[in-house]
Design a protein around this ligand. Structure first.
Ligand code: UDX
Length: 458
């Protein structure tokens, strides 16, 4: 449905990582469908697919990343480089946009929370700035308490204290606190603190979550931040006039849909670890045997780059997939939205990136949780112990544990209870977007906020 145009543009800036680009483009589509003109400004590295969005204007700027720097193997290092190098390039790009008479006047910039350099750029141009946090609110609450957690000795995380409860953040234990493998571990702490400072100085934060799912964290964040917050998710479930889910950097292999069509309802385990996580060859083999021994059909995304030191499936025993007689299907990238909503899918073995976690909840699919880094550990803890829609696997990937985890969800009674609970969450996710629902009300507030923004060319 085409709404009345508002005669205002919004510029949006994604962090150039798959898990960040897709939700930002979904947000852009939501705002477009509410009458705003959309300009996407972006780094040249991991440029979004502009052909999928003919209704948007795209404004790239140079990122100064060398070929070796332009890699997602250390996302923190990559993000830090962008924060250090891109201010003059974004300033130039925004100045041109602000003075372009062919565009609707620009109301504000909405940038990914990770790109904290945007504060100084926007201040220098007198351009109002809102921030999009693509992760969940519960994990963000943990990030907001990093200085306190450090003072109380929980950070940096010490493996030997993993089972200790974090009294300030129930039900988290020390092992659930965000951690990241990076060249410089101290840089993670500094990055989080900087992100928090720059976010608090923005004029509002938008979240891809919904009130009913994360009310406790959202309530605490509202008290802590003196700026408005807008939980308007799940983004991908808004009905828009645009092309949701076109934010993929990789082309999905649709062959898995007819394969799923041949399977019984709730019988298939879908396995995917998102766009960044890597596993060793040994872990790939343990995963494969765990899946095989579970005797459940499985659809497995093995993205090129998933296995460290191996192009794709080379580490598996010869003829492994063939030996399963059609019970296993492997693709390099799946149309995840269509997969999770397919009736054959009964569980999602996930790394608990926020997008995957939310997508699973929205389709009522329980999870086998295997978090790896950053917010994923908090998301997994919430999925298993707060929302009770998942089981967590141990830290080491081991075939017996994998088989047991799959059976708990697919075969045993506790799995049935999780599926019922997941269906309740799905229902809530759908209701919050309807007229009068919590996310609809937040979106109305957000639109009013954006319309009240005054940039220097009105
Ligand atoms: C990253 C971080 O790892 C994560 O912790 C943070 O919450 C967001 O940024 P990523 O690891 O890629 O993201 O995971 P996730 O957030 O789950 O995003 C992956 C996206 O890719 C999802 O939207 C998913 O639908 C999509 N996807 C994944 C596919 O479309 N096909 C696939 O085969 C795999």
């Amino acid at each position: 449905m085409e709404r009345e145009r508002k005669g205002r543009s919004i510029v949006l800036l994604p962090s150039p990582l798959q898990g960040h680009i897709a939700p930002l483009l979904e947000l852009a589509d939501i705002l477009f469908s509410h009458g705003f003109s959309i300009i996407i400004t972006h780094t040249l590295f991991n440029s979004p697919n502009s052909t999928a969005y003919p209704h948007f204007t795209f404004a790239p700027f140079p990122d100064q990343l060398s070929e070796s720097e332009a890699s997602t193997s250390d996302p923190l290092h990559l993000t830090n480089l962008i924060n250090i190098r891109c201010a003059p390039h974004l300033t130039r790009c925004l100045s041109l946009l602000l003075s372009d008479p062919s565009l609707d006047p620009i109301a504000c910039l909405i940038s990914d929370a990770a790109l904290h350099f945007t504060r100084s750029v926007c201040d220098s141009l007198h351009l109002p700035r809102l921030v999009l946090r693509t992760g969940g609110a519960s994990s963000f609450l943990v990030f907001s308490l990093f200085p306190l957690l450090r003072r109380r000795g929980y950070l940096p995380v010490q493996e030997c204290r993993g089972e200790e409860a974090v009294a300030e953040l129930p039900p988290l234990k020390v092992k659930d606190l965000p951690k990241i493998e990076t060249k410089d571990p101290e840089a993670f702490y500094e990055f989080v603190c900087r992100m928090m400072d720059e976010l608090k100085s923005s004029s509002g934060v938008i979240w891809n979550t919904y009130e009913e799912l994360e009310s406790s964290a959202l309530g605490k964040l509202t008290l802590e931040f003196s700026i408005p917050i807008y939980p308007i998710g799940p983004f991908h479930k808004h009905v828009t006039s645009g092309s949701l889910s076109s934010g993929a950097l990789m082309i999905p292999d649709e062959s898995c849909i007819p394969w799923l069509d041949t399977k019984e309802p709730n019988s298939v385990v879908y396995v995917s670890f998102g766009s960044i996580v890597a596993v060793t060859k040994r872990e790939l083999v343990e995963m494969a045997w765990g899946l095989a021994d579970s005797k459940q059909p499985f659809l497995w995304v093995v993205r090129p780059g998933l296995v460290t030191g191996s192009p794709w499936l080379e580490a598996l025993p010869d003829g492994f997939i063939e030996s399963l007689g059609g019970r296993g299907h492997v693709v390099k990238w799946a149309p995840q939205g269509r997969v999770l909503s397919h009736p054959a899918v009964g569980a999602f073995w996930t790394h608990n990136g926020w997008n995957s976690t939310l997508e699973s909840i929205c389709e009522g699919v329980p999870m086998i949780c295997m978090p790896c880094f950053a917010d994923q550990k908090v998301n997994a803890k919430y999925a298993s112990e707060v929302w009770k829609v998942g089981v967590q696997l141990g830290k080491e990937i081991e075939r017996g544990e994998v088989e047991k985890g799959i059976k708990r969800i697919m075969v045993e009674d506790e799995g049935k209870a999780m599926r019922e609970r997941a269906l309740q969450l799905k229902e809530e996710a759908s209701l919050c977007l309807k007229q009068g629902g919590s996310s609809r009300r937040s979106l109305d507030r957000l639109i009013t906020h954006i319309l009240s923004c005054n940039s220097n060319r009105q």
